[in-house]
Ligand binder design. Structure first.
Ligand code: XUL
Length: 526
């Protein structure tokens, strides 16, 4: 019998499934359910409920539960061998929180397959909606918690990150301040990941060290709830939070609801879920310290793995627990493709091929010409007054400006990831712009390491399926090794390797200092 494992990813806009056949090293099924299209009765737009305040972004936990029913029904209809699935794990959009009443334990234990999950959850929500990661309405609460924890450096070194508006702790504090009665009625707070795992397990699921680190409430080194952070956030919070546990750890057999309704094996195991970023790290095959992935999309995201916990004293980057047991970092640069496209538009360059030719026609280091790439307000570094800044760079020199945007983004990644204390040994590039070899060459030269393109569809759901396999093998005392597990599933695109040019790398070593100095100057007047 094939050993099948199911990974689910409950993201902002969709719920996805990936089923892997472990011994064959293959993905045998994948499916995505778009919330807006598949469940229009919840009235979400791109997975978010409509609202008047642009800073407030909520979604509906009942929508996520309904999507779980629908996805299992589709898998049954698609004749997925649900009986052969040995374990299920998952990942969720990070930071989002679900507020549950004391009825939750009994309701989860007695999920009735004759009813839908939504009907089974009647009376279980202490708050109808869930704030999600796109919410930025808690600036005040962030400041309050940060102050009580002793400032940016201490908040980051204790919890893995400075306080951020989307993080769960500041969101809980806002709920407590604005709806104290509903907060009091809340018996249990779940994250998106642990809420979904609770439905599958039929009991309250732990929060894992990856998603726990996205709350500003977990001690990043000790992996327990941090007493000072809880106190700074809201009263009696410890009573409302579930236990913390490693992702992939077995919670128990799946709820009989899924066995009776969809034909899952009664011995299939429900395991602890994680956040979508930690799951993606596994899905992209980043299991060894020093491995880095750069996702080149609307924003650029830099993920790295670290064996030891290292936090960013400037509070720009995040540290989360990684499903491998070590740590991962996430640094998000808002001006990704957005800024690259702005330059292309500005100089009316027909396509990226032409853009690449212009970059190649100029020398590495641009003869000292630099651009600070902040076309939009930036997160890393924090820039509130957007607008590009040029140094020793003629605005009219088209080719030099094309090179300058690529170099600026790569130099900024190098500069703002130095706090990790790990020089990347190889970089996996993913996302739309990863097909641009000119851009990858600049990244390889600035970082002085080889860059390989990787294309993994549904990397979070795939990572979750691998996490389920790891949890099942560990429970069976089979001592699984992460590098062996991921090997068959995350291979770089053949022929995509871009090697650093040693001379260029040398030029960038000195240009980095100038870049840092220009940034320092610009931020002073920010
Ligand atoms: C990470 C973050 C987002 C969400 C997206 O801190 O907020 O990447 O996890 O689902």
């Amino acid at each position: 019998m094939a050993k099948l494992f199911l990974g689910l990813d409950s993201s902002t806009q969709s719920l996805s499934a990936v089923v892997i056949d472990l011994d064959a090293g293959k993905v045998i099924y994948e499916k995505s359910l778009n919330f807006d299209a598949a469940l229009p009765q919840f009235k979400t737009k791109h997975g978010v409920l409509p609202g008047r305040d642009p800073l407030v972004k909520h979604s509906s936990p009942l929508l996520w539960a309904a999507a779980l029913d629908l996805l299992f029904a589709e898998m049954k209809r698609d004749k997925v061998a649900l009986k052969n699935i040995l374990a299920i794990s998952g990942s969720g959009q990070q930071h989002g929180s679900v507020y549950l009443t004391e009825k939750v334990t009994a309701a989860l234990a007695a999920l009735d397959p004759k009813k839908s999950l939504v009907e089974n959850l009647d009376g279980v929500l202490a708050r109808k909606t869930s704030p999600i990661w796109m919410d930025s309405s808690t600036t005040k609460e962030c400041a309050e918690i940060r102050k009580k924890l002793g400032g940016i450096k201490f908040t980051a070194s204790r919890t893995g990150s400075d306080t951020f508006e989307r993080f769960t702790g500041p969101q809980i504090r806002k709920f407590y301040k604005t709806e104290p009665k509903a907060y009091e009625k809340t018996a249990s707070i779940a994250l998106v990941s642990s809420f979904m795992a609770s439905l599958l397990a039929g009991k309250i699921a732990p929060i894992d060290f990856g998603d726990g680190a996205g709350t500003n409430l977990m001690d990043i080194r000790k992996h327990n709830w941090n007493h000072d952070a809880l106190k700074a956030t809201a009263p009696s919070l410890i009573k409302k939070l579930p236990a913390l546990a490693a992702s992939g750890k077995v919670i128990g057999p799946v709820s009989s609801y899924f066995v009776q309704k969809y034909g899952l094996n009664p011995e299939a195991l429900a395991t602890v879920w994680t956040g979508d970023n930690p799951a993606s790290v596994i899905g992209l095959g980043l299991v060894k310290p020093g491995q880095v992935a750069i996702s080149l999309g609307t924003s650029d995201t830099f993920f790295g793995t670290m064996a030891q916990c290292q936090t960013d004293e400037h509070g720009e980057g995040h540290v989360f627990g990684s499903p491998t047991g070590g740590y991962m970092t996430l640094i998000c640069f808002k001006n990704g493709s957005l800024a690259r496209e702005k330059v292309r538009e500005l100089y009316k360059i027909a396509d990226w091929k032409k853009f690449g030719e212009l970059v190649a026609s100029t020398p590495a280091g641009n003869n000292g010409g630099l651009l600070l790439p902040w076309f939009e307000a930036e997160i890393v570094p924090r820039v509130n007054k957007p607008g590009p800044r040029r140094f020793d760079l003629d605005e009219k020199n088209v080719a030099a400006n094309c090179r300058a945007i690529f170099e600026a983004q790569a130099l900024s990644m190098r500069l703002h990831s130095q706090w990790m204390g790990v020089a990347p040994e190889e970089i996996f590039a993913t996302g739309g712009a990863a097909s641009d070899r000119a851009l990858l060459q600049v990244i390889a030269d600035v970082m002085n390491c080889r860059v390989l393109r990787i294309e993994v569809s549904k990397s979070a759901a795939l990572g979750a399926a691998l996490q389920a396999a790891h949890g099942w093998l560990s429970a069976a005392n089979k001592n699984p090794k992460w590098d062996k597990l991921v090997a068959a599933f995350s291979k770089p695109v053949p022929g995509s390797e871009v090697k650093p040019d040693k001379k260029a790398a040398h030029v960038y070593d000195s240009l980095l200092e100038k870049y840092a100095a220009c940034e320092y100057d610009a931020l002073d007047t920010n």
